[in-house]
Each structure stands twice: as structure tokens, then as C-alpha cells.
Design a binder for this molecule. Structure first.
Ligand code: PEP
Ligand code: MN
Length: 340
């Protein structure tokens, strides 16, 4: 339940009602949005108080979003949330490009790829140090050493970094290495213990959609992050598993305009893990930006045949540069530009 106060409600009046709700055992959250006071009720108020709220003179509207969503819902925060990660704004006027290898593969390699990404115009460097692999025999990532290599390369080339975290026990390593944005991978979208642990760390989170996650389940996972202390959440569509085996997954762009209505959180698109084939990525990335995505994330490798993971879906550096140029044009068509 979300209370949207009248514009003329004073701070004291709002605070008094909030204190009454809290006193009745109903936890509240105040929207950070300036202007009208908006308060989300995390718990159900006692019946008499709920009835009073419905006709309260200070409350213009009581919104009951479908399901149990509160903090991620558009009625809690009318303006788009801008996520700030290492100086980069995601969800602001500029469309962002996140690029880098699937896995961190070594110090020199990271320096080389980060240089390519920066020169191509990417805004953030990605790279997995802890890899969620289907087979236990596949490369599992360099772990904490990979985080160090990623961060160093990002710093050398002026790019903030994002990397996947699979275990709350690894949080100190991510914070020690100042990873700017923590990625929750598709396979962990509903790992609620991980979501709670990561939320408490106070870093921005890039939350991928689960392989079979519905929009509602995905938003509940984002709600977990917000409820447990992290309002800086980026949603990332990365393809879902459907009946169609012709491509790795099915990229669901249909949800982009829907999410704009449902949530204030920024939404980016990962066409690489959806389609799995490098040459199909540029058209899908262009479609994502044309459909209003706040950014894309793609994988890049100068020698894809040598990649330790996801080589077939890695763009060559020159292909990334061409894609960034196209996205600049498409972002402008949508009345935006690329981020600086
Ligand atoms: C990745 O980004 O490298 C990754 C494993 O993605 P996903 O969780 O979407 O499969
Ligand atoms: Mn990958």
C-alpha cells in the first residue's frame, strides 16, 4: 500500500501520521522524491487504521499496486531512478554501454580489452571473476584475483566496473576491490539470501532476469533489494527460456514499455546471453535502444576463439565501436543521447 499525500500536507502532518503507523507496528518507507510526500507501508496496518487512511484528509490517494510491490512501483517514485555507479549515471538522459569480456582472463588481457572498450566509447567495464557455469568442468573464474585485474584495468582506462557476485561470503572481496556495481546473475535472481546480503552492502546492483523469471518475480527480487537497503537497482533483460531452441534464449523486448509503466528503475538489455551468437547481437542491441532501454551490456573479446567462456557471443573490438556509433544515432531518435 502506498500513501500519496496531498501537496499541501505539511512535513509535521506527514511525520505525525507516519509515527502513528509505525506505532501500530506498520513499517514505512518515505519516497526520496521531492515534492509530494509519498510513503510506502511495508506491513498491513490494523483494519481500523487502514479504513481511516482511505478517507484521511491529508491523503490524496491510497495506491494498492497489483501483487505485493511497493518500493519498486512507479507510484512510489514518479521520476525515473538514476543509478550512480562509479560516477556513471544509469537511467539518466544518456544511454549507457557496458562492455567487456565474459570472464576476466588475466592482467594483460584485461588491460587490452579495457583499452578497446574505452576507445570504442563504452561507459562501464564488465568481467566475471566468479562464473556461474553449467558444467563443473568449465572455467570457474579467477575469483578474487579476477576482481583485482578487473578493477585495475577499469581504473587505467577510466571505466567503472561491474562483476557478478554469487555468494554473500564474497562481499568483502568485492568491496575491498571497490567493484562499482554488483551483478546478480540470472541463475541467482531468486536467491533471496544473496539478495539480502548484497542489498546491505550499499552498492548499486545490476539484477538480471532469471532464465524463467516472470516480470512479477523479477520485480519482487528488485523489491527485496530495495526493502533490504539498496534502492539503486538496474534491471537487465537477458533473454528467457522459451520453447524455441533456435537461439540460446529468447530476448524479451516486449517488457520494455511495460516496465516503464510498472517501475521507476532503469532497465538495460543484454542481447549477448539472449541470442548467443555474435553476429546477431548488433541488430538486437539496436532494437533494445530503439525500444527505450537505458543501456545495453555486451561481451567483447579480441580473439573470441580463445575465450575461456562465451566466445561465440563475443563482439570484436571493431564491432563494438560500430555498434556504439549506431546506438548514438538510435538514442537520438528516442530524444536521448549516449552517456558522456
Ligand atoms: C554474464 O553476464 O556473464 C552471465 C553469466 O549472465 P547471465 O546471468 O545473464 O547468464
Ligand atoms: Mn557470458
Amino acid at each position: 500500500m502506498i500513501l500519496r499525500f496531498r501537496l499541501d500536507a505539511t512535513e509535521e502532518q506527514v511525520e505525525e501520521l507516519v509515527q502513528r503507523l509505525e506505532g501500530a507496528g506498520c513499517r514505512t518507507r518515505r519516497s526520496p522524491e521531492p515534492g509530494r510526500a509519498i510513503v510506502a507501508l511495508l506491513d498491513r496496518p490494523p483494519a481500523a487504521l487502514a479504513a481511516e487512511l482511505a478517507r484521511h484528509p491529508l491523503v490524496e490517494e491510497v495506491v494498492a499496486p497489483k501483487g505485493d510491490l511497493r518500493l519498486v512501483h512507479r507510484s512510489f517514485h514518479e521520476q525515473p531512478t538514476v543509478v550512480r555507479a562509479g560516477g556513471l549515471e544509469i537511467g539518466g538522459p544518456g544511454v549507457v554501454v557496458i562492455a567487456g569480456p565474459c570472464s576476466v582472463e588475466g592482467r594483460d588481457f584485461m588491460d587490452e580489452v579495457a583499452g578497446h572498450c574505452a576507445r570504442a566509447g563504452a561507459h562501464m567495464l564488465r568481467g566475471g571473476a566468479y562464473k556461474p557455469r553449467t558444467s563443473p568442468y568449465s572455467f570457474q573464474g579467477f575469483g578474487v584475483e579476477g576482481l583485482a585485474q578487473l578493477k585495475d584495468a577499469g581504473e587505467r582506462h577510466g571505466l567503472p566496473v561491474v562483476s557478478e557476485i554469487m555468494d554473500g561470503a564474497h562481499l568483502p572481496a568485492f568491496l575491498d576491490h571497490d567493484v562499482d556495481c554488483l551483478q546478480i546473475g540470472a541463475r541467482n535472481m531468486q536467491n533471496f539470501t544473496l539478495l539480502k546480503a548484497v542489498a546491505a552492502a550499499g552498492r548499486p546492483v545490476l539484477l538480471k532476469r532469471g532464465l524463467a523469471g516472470t516480470v512479477e518475480e523479477w520485480l519482487y527480487s528488485a523489491e527485496y533489494l530495495c526493502a533490504f537497503g539498496c534502492p539503486q537497482v538496474i534491471l537487465c533483460e537477458r533473454g528467457i527460456r522459451t520453447y524455441e531452441p533456435a537461439t540460446r534464449n529468447t530476448l524479451d523486448l516486449t517488457i520494455l514499455p511495460l516496465l516503464r509503466e510498472l517501475t521507476h528503475l532503469p532497465v538495460i538489455v543484454d542481447p549477448a546471453h539472449a541470442v548467443g551468437v555474435a553476429r546477431f547481437i548488433p541488430p538486437l542491441a539496436r532494437a533494445a535502444v530503439a525500444a527505450g532501454a537505458d543501456g545495453i551490456t555486451v561481451e567483447v573479446h579480441p580473439r573470441p576463439e580463445e575465450a575461456r567462456s562465451d566466445g561465440p557471443q563475443a563482439l570484436l573490438p571493431g564491432e563494438l565501436a560500430g555498434l556504439v556509433a549506431d546506438l548514438r544515432v538510435l538514442a537520438a531518435v528516442g530524444g536521448r543521447g549516449l552517456a558522456d
